[in-house]
Design a binder for this molecule. Sequence first.
Ligand SMILES: Cc1ncc(COP(=O)(O)O)c(C=O)c1O
Ligand SMILES: N[C@@H](CCCC[NH3+])C(=O)O
Length: 443
Amino acid sequence: MYLHGTSKINDLGHLEIGGVDTTKLVAEFGTPLYVFDETLVRQRCREFVEAFGASGLKFQVAYASKAFCVMAMCRIVEEEGMSLDVVSDGELYTALQAGFPAERIHFHGNNKTISEMEMAIDAKIGCFVVDNFIELQMLNAIAAEKRQKVKILLRITPGVEAHTHEYISTGQTDSKFGFDLGNGSAFRAIEEASQLSNLELLGIHSHIGSQIFEVEGFRIAAEKMAEFAIHVRTELDVTFKVINLGGGFGIRYVSEDTPLPVAVYVKAITDAIKTNFGSNGYPLPEIWVEPGRSIVGDAGTTLYTVGTTKDIPGVRKYVAVDGGMTDNPRPALYEAVYEAGLANRAAEQPAEIVSIAGKCCESGDMLIWDVNLPKVAAGDILAVSSTGAYNYSMASNYNRIRRPGVVFVKDGQSDLVVKRESFDQIVGNDVIPARMKQVSKTV
Ligand SMILES: Cc1ncc(COP(=O)(O)O)c(C=O)c1O
Ligand SMILES: N[C@@H](CCCC[NH3+])C(=O)O
């Protein structure tokens, strides 16, 4: 098991995170449980902010809240001086409920509804990232009705294919997102946007994909954005104040993953902006980014209790835990791989290769194929690392399994920031129609 951030093995041979023994967390909060190393989350935030600060460029680091959006996380982002990217009314509502400053919120999405746009305009958010022509007209009309001028970026598909899983790669031409650079629709969108009187065009946005381990894609995207910006300036006399290069910075899930230090990605980006804009006499734009996974990913650990095992001699041994694809759908969706260890016997040597199954009624509900662990027994606590991003936020109630709680740990203190769902929440929105026979509850 790789020990991220403040994680260590304590004198009792237990996994400790943020100065808290994980077996104590299990005793107090039960399993499955998402545990976040708050110090590591804050460290990642600071790595971005400091690296951009060192560049001398004006910047905004907007945490992509889709990675993990809960009120306590919004508080951290606010305290670390960052902005926040939301993609739905639910994420926006979470941020506003957490008291996140509206002017630092950016609203994304390829199909924002009218009510989402209204809600965001009423809240006076900082910026919309407009995805398509219909949204452009709609947003202008709603802003006009509300007598407001709304700041926008236009999402451009730059034609860069980042080396990542096809479902999390977004900058290529064949994508549902954004205005295509190659076929001229990006240029037409700028023409149109700059004519719309209730919109203020700040600049352009691109996001080339997620879980990227190299700087080349970002460099090429910056270069293409600059070429486009210069062309637009010459042809339309429109100058962009902001260039947003999205998120996508990779993290370590398993030993084969080789992410670069945050400062290396940031330097490549800021250098590319300086070179491609500055050298052409273009006023240096502000640079914005939207990291999600790289802020929270490796700070998250999920704790499970081991239940049944099934040994198929000569084939494999299945070890089942009390969670699975409901709290972490990434292996099923993307064939994502994870590392794990036993939190209650963290100092013991591995003794067998097993595969970790979830408890859903689904053969594909596997968390890890082939992981080397000490001999596992029922009641052991399995800790799966790097589960901070796109786990809680993509969790479901399949099989009516209740979503786990979330705990932040820091300096020996643990705080429950999301309670485990209750049975009442599971049935809370169900309605038995009056025309059906009314019977009394059997629980
Ligand atoms: C527009 C946009 N910005 C930011 C992100 C965050 O990406 P990541 O979590 O890889 O940093 C995404 C998701 O991939 C995205 O679609
Ligand atoms: N949900 C994806 C990340 C991409 C989402 C945002 N565009 C994942 O778990 O890896």
